[in-house]
Ligand binder design. Structure first.
Ligand code: BTN
Length: 149
């Protein structure tokens, strides 16, 4: 009986320690993607809502690139296990387009946080006949920008 209790105690402590040591992926902070675009995500609130800013490295337009706002939502369900899914919208300040991103915040095998995303970029068309060419799609991978302390 004493042995069984001791065994369960050790098992409980081991599982607890493992649970504490598993790194979680957090969206808050500064990120850079494979195109060289930069993004800052401010605090995620209790509902999972967040805002931030996006500086794209590229544009489908000939306009001068400007810092643009983003609004997003993090999935807060019980099965996210520290690697949550999320979505956000960038409302471009310098063009008539909108981009929606959807993705998941992972911790990779080296313990590094990475955002794997897919996006839809909707450009504005003057005529419904051009709707067929209005939407581009692609993927972006974001890694955390280390602060320069
Ligand atoms: C536009 O060209 O009208 C607005 C800028 C779009 C930039 C796109 S959004 C998807 C892709 N990922 C980036 O970081 N930039 C491009």
């Amino acid at each position: 009986m004493v042995q069984a209790t001791a065994f369960l105690l050790v098992l409980f402590l081991a599982l607890g320690a493992h649970g504490l040591s598993v790194k979680k992926c957090s969206l808050t902070g500064r990120w850079v993607n494979d195109l060289g675009s930069n993004m800052t995500i401010r605090t995620v609130n209790a509902n999972g809502d967040f805002s931030g800013s996006y500086h794209t490295a590229v544009t489908a337009t000939s306009n001068e690139i400007k810092l643009s706002p983003l609004q997003g939502s993090l999935q807060k369900g019980p099965n996210q296990k520290g690697q949550p899914t999320f979505g956000f919208t960038v409302n471009w300040s310098f063009s008539d387009a909108i981009t929606v991103f959807t993705g998941q915040c992972f911790v990779d095998d080296d313990g590094k946080e990475v955002l794997k995303t897919m996006w839809l970029l909707r450009s504005h068309m003057e005529n419904i006949k051009n709707d067929w060419k209005a939407t581009r799609t692609g993927t972006n991978v974001f890694t955390r920008l280390q602060s320069q302390e």
